[in-house]
Design a protein around this ligand. Structure first.
Ligand code: SIN
Length: 278
């Protein structure tokens, strides 16, 4: 673990996640501070900041310190700024974006390396986000299962969560592309990914985007994926973040999953998100 001198880092669970204090994310931060934030992300996989004031231009400037901004292919309908996604919940929504375990946008050939989510408006209670450590999920598999998964590729598609056939826009305030010209994006990734910075192995499948294991029949692929989906979010691999207005979550999309809990159906919850290209 890193010895921090610019920031204070306080883990929030034994599995992953740490709150960072002593920094104002909207400021022009020096290279040492950015280096420590990046180290904290690698050490803890998801990091949180509290009581931040982050106008969208400063949100994007902070994001660019970690890489290029990823443009989401299914959001920003009619919005001039293509670099920011707004995730909105309103009373009456029966579904919300990201309400099942997932890493973001894994149907892309190169999925984003991370995301920075800022809370503009939050409910008094509820609407927490869960995160799960996929290194731990991989490490906890038996040697026989690890050997079986070695070299297996999984197909990922956005067919369930965008496009006219998904039906999601009728259920929620955050709208995605659903026009007749929309086509699913499909790519394959290894089920076990080696993280490019840590060199550690982690599981890289998720029940929102993964559709099947390549080269296997559905009868073979479905039970294996069902097992992995149950296994990869076991409570001992997770942490839970309670939002307040001004909170930020910054996750490493290469080694974590997350899930947005839809437990308060009468609230407004408004989030501003950027993603960092992989
Ligand atoms: C997401 O899945 O990126 C959104 C998470 C959340 O709204 O808590």
């Amino acid at each position: 673990m890193t010895a921090y001198t610019r920031i204070t880092v306080a883990p929030i669970s034994g599995a992953l996640g740490a709150e960072i204090s002593g920094v104002s994310v909207a400021d022009e931060l020096d290279a040492e501070t950015i280096g420590e934030i990046r180290a904290a992300l690698l050490d803890h996989l998801v990091i949180f900041f509290r009581d931040q004031d982050l106008p969208v231009d400063r949100h994007k400037a902070f994001t660019r310190r970690f890489g290029d901004i990823f443009i989401h292919p299914n959001y920003q309908l009619g919005q001039e700024d293509k670099e920011t996604v707004y995730l909105l919940r309103r009373p009456g929504d029966t579904s919300v974006a990201g309400e099942n375990w997932h890493a973001d946008t894994t149907m892309m050939e190169t999925p984003p390396m991370g995301a920075i989510l800022y809370a503009l408006e939050t409910p008094e209670f509820g609407g927490d986000t869960l995160f799960a450590n996929q290194y731990r999920a991989y490490d906890a598999l038996s040697d026989a299962m690890k050997a079986m998964l070695d070299g297996v590729q999984a197909a990922h598609s956005d067919i369930r969560i965008a496009g006219p056939q998904s039906g999601v826009n009728a259920k929620r305030s955050s709208q995605v592309r659903a026009d007749a010209d929309w086509r699913p994006t499909v790519n394959t990734h290894p089920v076990v990914q080696i993280h490019p910075e840590s060199g550690r192995k982690g599981l890289f499948v998720n029940p929102i985007y993964t559709t099947h294991l390549d080269g296997m029949s559905d009868a073979e692929s479905t039970p294996i994926l069902d097992f992995l989906y149950r296994h990869q979010c076991r409570p001992e691999f997770t942490c839970r973040f309670r939002w307040k207005q001004g909170s930020i979550a910054f996750w490493d999309n290469r080694c974590t999953l997350h899930l947005a809990i839809h437990d308060n159906h009468d609230c407004v919850r408004h989030m501003q998100r950027t993603q960092i290209a992989g």
